[in-house]
Design a protein around this ligand. Sequence first.
Ligand code: GDP
Length: 459
Amino acid sequence: MQKWKGQDMDTIAAIATPHGTGGLAVIRISGEQAIARAQELFQPIRGRMPAEMAGYTCAYGYLMQDGERLDDVVLTVFRAPHSYTGENVVEIACHGGRYLTETLLRAVLCDAVRLAEPGEFTKRAFLNGKLSLTQAEAVADLISASGENAAKAARRLREGATFRRISGFSETLLNVLSDLAVWADYPDEDIPEVDGGALERRLSGLLANMQGLLDTYGYGKILREGLYTVIAGKPNVGKSTLFNALSGYERSIVTSLAGTTRDVVEEQVRVGGYTLRLSDTAGMRETTEQVERLGVERSLACLKEADLILAVFDTSRPMEEEDVSLLKQLPVERTICVCNKTDIAKVWQPEMEKFSDIVEISAKNEINMQSLTDAVCRFAARSAVPAEDGMIVNERQRTALQEAMDAVQEGLTALQAGYAYDAVTVSLDAAADALLRLTGERVTDKVVDTVFSRFCVGK
Ligand code: GDP
C-alpha cells in the first residue's frame, strides 16, 4: 500500500452520518488500531468478536464502557485494503440522536484513536490510491451541492471519468516527449527525424481535447453552485409574485443563506432538478421605491453578472417604453422571456420575437408554471455535458488544466516558430507536470490539505 510521505497513518474515528436526530447513525473508525479498538469495546450478542471477523461481515452486540452497555449496535468490519480508506475500517451502526452518538464516539476515542479531521477518511482513500484527487473533489463538490443532476454527475465522476480523460492527455504528451527524447538522445542512430508537421497536428488535437474538458467547467459550476438568476422587469409586472411562486414551488427544499460573495441575501430555489440562486438585488422583494433607488446602473450590473435572466413582462397590456428599453438590453442567449398575467389577456408584443425562449404564465394563479420549469431545464441542459466523459468541477482543477493548456500552446508556438526541440520539450514537460497536479499524482501536501479541509468531518 502506498504510504504518504511523512504521514503516520494513526487511527481515526468520527460520526459519519449527519448530526441531528435520526433512527440510526454510523460511527466510522479507520486505521491500524480500528479492529483492536472495536475488540475492546464490543460484546457480541450473536456472532464473533471483531478480531475474528472476516472483512465485509457484521455482528450484533453491545458497545460497552466500564462494564456498562452504552447501546446495542451492528458492527461491520472491513479489512485493508478492501475498505473505503484502504485501511482496516470498523463501522458501528448505532441508534441515532446527537447525545447518544457523541457518547459512543467519546467511548471509541482513546490514546490510540483520535478524532478525524474534516475529509480525513476520503484523504486517506486518496493517499492509499483508492481515489484520484479529481474523484475525491467530485465527491466533495457535487454531493454537497443540492439537486438531482449534481448527485447524478457526482456518481458518474466518482467512477473516475475525469481521471481517465486526463490520463489520456498525459499519455499523448508522454508519447510526444519520448519521440522527441529518442531523437535528441541518439542523433547518430538511424532514427527518422521527428516530423514537425505531424507533431503540430498531434499537439493541436491534444489542445482541442483539453479545451473540450475545460468547457465542461461551466456546467460543473451550475451543478455545484446553481444558476445565478435575476428576475428583471419594470415595477408591477409581477416579479415578486413570480419569486414567491418559484419559492413555493418546491417549498420544502427552499433555503435562505447569507451570500458570502455579494453581501446580499440569496434565495435558493429548485426548479426541475436545478438550483437557481435568486438574488435580492433583483429587487424581488423590495418595494417599487427601493427598486428605483437601486438605480438603473445596479440593475444593469446584475444583468451582466447573471447566468440566467427571467425577464418579466405584463402582457395583459401593451408594452411601455420602459419595457422596450429593458428588452433591448437583454442578452437573448441568457434570457427567458416570461409573459405574465396571461390570465387577464395576451397582448402579443412583436418586440418579443427576438427571444427564442418565451413562456406564458400567470405567476399569481400559478398557471403554466411547468412551461417555465421546462425552459429553465432547456437552458441548463444546453451547457450540459455527459458526466461519463469527465467534468471539471472546481477552480483548482480549472487552473491546473488551464496551465497545462498554456504550456502545450507554448510548445506548439515554439514548434511553429522553428525553435529547437529542446524548447518544445521544456514546455511539454511543464504541461505533463500540470496534468499530474490536476489528478493529484503530483501535488504538495498543502494542496491536498486544502482540498480535503472543505469536506465535513466523517466524510
Ligand atoms: P413587481 O413590482 O414586478 O414585483 O410586481 P408584483 O409581484 O408586486 O405584482 C404587481 C401586481 O400584479 C400585484 O397586485 C399582483 O397581485 C399582480 N399580479 C402578479 N402576477 C399576476 C398574474 O399572473 N395575474 C394577475 N391577474 N395579476 C398578477
